[in-house]
Design a protein around this ligand. Structure first.
Ligand code: SPV
Ligand code: MN
Length: 620
């Protein structure tokens, strides 16, 4: 190892007194063959070293505003790469068919082959983090080796430092992430994108990621650790979820109730967690466990936000907009830079206020510029992002880092659904709630590579990260809720429902009313109307809330259009569910029982009324 490290780094590594860590660091340095390796502890000096190195090497450039930097990912590496992300499948292990897998031995040979010498000429940073609050029963330690200083810097903003946590680990378990951006071009973007791979070794707690830079592909602690933790949780008795955690507060009540929420990428997850007047605990990944009193408790395993910047403007996202436009340490990625200032789509400028030249994810840019395929390059990528510490946000929950986590009273599940689901409804039971989550459908967005706007199933918003058979995952959910004394209530949301004219039936900000209604429900305060698809709000309650929250008159017509049960559309959706899961092994019987009961009740209603759409008044 001394061939890669100076005495200081070696001392820091040895000070951990952890043989397993030393073994792995040695093994992967010998494989990737960097010019040198530097061990980073939790000390402010070490962390400042990483921040400065990113600038010195040109992986980030400073902007006009103090603390702001810009980083670019390669032109073809602007979103999560589903195609090249695979679970290494040991012999005999079964997996849901839609999960991308490769035989473990074959995959290891391939990826280790690509990684052989991948860090040539570069510096490898060896970093230690804690997933979740340090010193808590939720904590998982994570070791990251990377030759991307952007990755190491991003993780510093997004996660809790864990060098000290590793010192206490003894022979405890930890996850390992080995990443190399591979050879870089003059813009510091990956050259060999065709050889990019993300291989997830669930049985060994390791992920190998090479020839990529976009954070969803490269940062071990984000979606790569999510996959390992899903595997672990589903072989134990807890949940790892693609979920926000937030404190919901009614404007007139002196209390806060905590909710989690799962939404596919770019479907309102971050903006829900950031609703003005509420507190944010986390916006992306949660671990959930039961406590001794039978509550569901959740922690945010992150400490920052890697958020989509598109449409962040003073009207729709005032809190984030303020944070992004004032001095603080943060990284912009894949936005347009003109005269050292960042520009993105939907930032609230008029067309003629945007610059027509600058640098963006495609390099030098001018308005109308086309890429190699002849497509016009937008001024910023639709999946351009910002990376910021939670502590920079004025709406951060005061107890966000609590070791015990928050008691969760409700779950939200939502997707980008233009024609079926009502804006909010509450499940009739825990099993129905699991069903609601498992049957989220969403139109695809720019957060993954590929065509946007195609309806696809997105169970629990987690399918992109699924590494266990789906039946096992659902059974674990069913069991988790049943084991609780205070089971959270489950709410299905849809911020994207449209009318027949193709227009949205809601304003973006209306979600504030839905979450406050849900908060009232978990506190036993609002009545509701029972329908086959769940409990829906009463008109009078929403009218009062719209008046209180937005000083707005909410009409019966609006309510009727938004909350009509679209019987035919639901039944069509159920047909799709049957196609999708009908042949899947191990789907719990409770799931199908809920499915059949909804179907029967919807059909009975349609026969009775002869109508494909039923207004809420019909159920009262
Ligand atoms: C998401 O797309 O769900 C994200 C960003 O949170 S990524 O890191 O790409 O997964
Ligand atoms: Mn996410």
């Amino acid at each position: 190892m001394s061939r890669f490290m100076d005495a200081e780094s070696l001392r820091k590594l040895k000070a951990l007194s952890n043989r397993k860590v030393e073994e792995q660091v040695t093994r992967f340095l010998e494989l990737c063959k960097p010019a040198k390796a530097t061990v980073i502890t939790d000390s402010p000096e070490d962390i400042a070293y990483v921040r400065q190195l990113a600038i010195d090497l040109g992986e980030e450039a400073s902007l006009k505003m103090r603390g702001h930097t810009i980083h670019y990912d390669g032109y073809y590496d602007q979103a999560r790469d589903k195609e090249n992300t695979r679970v290494l499948l040991p012999e005999g292990m079964k997996m849901t068919e839609t999960i991308n897998t490769i035989d473990r031995e074959e995959g290891l040979e391939e990826v280790l082959g690509i990684m052989d010498g991948a860090m040539g000429g570069k510096e490898c940073l060896v970093r230690f983090f804690s997933l979740g609050p340090t010193g808590s029963r939720f904590t998982i330690c994570a070791l990251q080796l990377t030759d991307s200083v952007y990755v190491a810097h991003s993780e510093d903003i997004l996660y809790r430092n864990g060098y000290e946590e590793f010192r206490k680990l003894g022979d405890g378990e930890f996850f390992t992430f080995v990443h190399s951006a591979g050879e870089l071009d003059e813009r510091n973007t990956t050259v060999n994108v065709d050889d990019r791979r993300i291989y997830v070794d669930v049985v060994d707690g390791k992920v190998y990621s090479v020839n990529n830079q976009y954070a969803g592909n490269s940062l071990g602690l984000k979606k790569l650790a999510l996959r390992l933790a899903i595997y672990k949780a589903n072989h134990e008795d807890w949940l790892t979820e693609h979920m926000l955690i937030m404190g919901v507060k009614h404007p007139d009540k002196d209390r806060v109730s905590y909710f989690t929420g799962a939404y596919p990428s770019a479907c309102g997850k971050t903006s829900t967690a950031m609703i003005p007047g509420m507190t944010i605990v986390g916006d992306d990944i949660a671990y959930l466990r039961t406590d001794e009193e039978g509550n569901c408790r959740a922690v945010n395993i992150e400490a920052g936000v890697f958020g989509i910047i598109r449409d962040v403007n003073p009207v729709d996202d005032p809190v984030i907009y303020e944070a992004l436009t004032t001095p603080r340490e943060m990284i912009f990625s894949n936005v347009l830079i003109h005269e050292d200032k960042p520009y993105w789509l939907g930032m609230g400028l008029d067309e003629d206020e945007y610059p027509t030249t600058g640098i963006n994810h495609g390099g030098e840019w001018h308005k109308g510029k086309k890429d190699e395929e002849g497509n016009e390059i937008p001024l910023a990528h639709p999946n351009a992002r910002y990376t910021i510490r939670l502590q920079e946000l004025e709406n951060l929950d005061p107890d966000w880092d609590d070791k015990e986590g928050h008691v969760i009273q409700g779950f939200f599940y939502g997707g980008r659904d233009s024609d079926t689901n009502v804006p909010i409804s509450e499940s009739l039971s825990w099993a129905h709630g699991v069903y609601m989550g498992a049957t989220i459908e969403s139109e695809t967005t720019s957060a993954t590579l590929g065509k946007a706007g195609v309806r696809s199933s997105s169970p629990m918003a987690v399918m992109d990260f699924m590494v266990v058979p789906f039946g096992l995952y659902l059974s674990n959910h069913m069991r988790f809720g049943s084991s609780l004394k205070n089971c959270p209530r489950v709410f299905s949301t849809n911020y994207f429902i449209k009318g027949e004219d193709g227009r949205y039936l809601n304003e973006k900000v209306d979600k504030k009313v839905w979450v406050i209604w849900a908060e009232g429900r978990v506190q036993g305060e609002y009545g509701a109307i029972e329908t086959p698809i769940g409990y829906i709000p009463k008109y009078e309650d929403l009218r009062a809330l719209f008046r209180r929250v937005f000083d707005k008159e909410y009409t019966v017509e609006e309510y009727t259009r938004q909350f009509s049960v679209r019987v035919d559309k639901y039944l069509e959706k159920q047909d799709r569910i049957e196609k999708l899961y009908g042949d899947e092994e191990g789907i719990p019987e409770e799931f199908w029982a809920v499915h059949r009961s909804i179907k029967k009740r919807l059909k009975e209603l349609r026969e009775k009324t002869g109508e494909p759409v039923l207004p809420p008044s019909h159920f009262q």
